[in-house]
Ligand binder design. Sequence first.
Ligand code: NI
Length: 276
Amino acid sequence: MQWFDSHAHIQDSAFASDLGTVLERALAAGVTRIILPASDHIDSQRALSLAVRHRTQKTGAGRAIRLWTSIGCHPHEASKYGSDGTERLRRMITPASRPFIVAIGETGLDYHYDHSPRHVQREVFRQQLDLAYALNLPLIIHEREATADCLEILRQQAATGRLHASPGVFHCFSGSPETAVIVRKMGFFIGIDGPVTYKNARKTLDVVHQCPPDRLLLETDSPYLTPVPKRGQRNEPANLPLIGQKVAEIRGVPQAEIARLTFDNACRAFRLTDVD
Ligand code: NI
């Protein structure tokens, strides 16, 4: 069984001292593909360097795991983006780095924490949507308590022809089943994370239950959102099968089927045609 963790911040300082062991455990759990989502320019650079370094490393822990990265600016960090933010992201893409960059993000809106002013979040989101369109890259969307504005901005992009038919993933989807239908119609995948294993996950259970099998992705969001029964500990990609197990239970299918279909979905969502 092979699993694809399409969202794990393993470039985070939480893994600075033991990333090799973390990757060994991931591999032992069958997690062979990981996408590193970025939260700002420095983090994008850090994630990218890690993916490149891992690829060229001759020996070492978890070598059989393939890593890719996104580049972008999380809504929390939107006020740091600056007038040259888009240009700085664009400059990270070189012939050498391009094969490792599979998405723009995390980008979106977060009105729960409001770490950046909302109008700035919207502007930085729009700029990254345009960048993703121009570069023909999928998006990793972070949306929390900002559904109406997020959908409105995406509709505007679509109406002006600046949203691809398969535009990416709604990461850690926390919306209603109705919202899930809307974003799926726009072509997005639905990212499912550790909270699906929590007691108050009712809404997410419905979302998972109703989602067509070809649109589900599994993500740990390491080091955050640790699934039950490891809640309280640092999260890591090796915990992905716990999320897969819960999704398999909800859908009443074998775990192996969830592993296979979410693996294939991640390859499609991030257009990884050369995965061996
Ligand atoms: Ni994340």
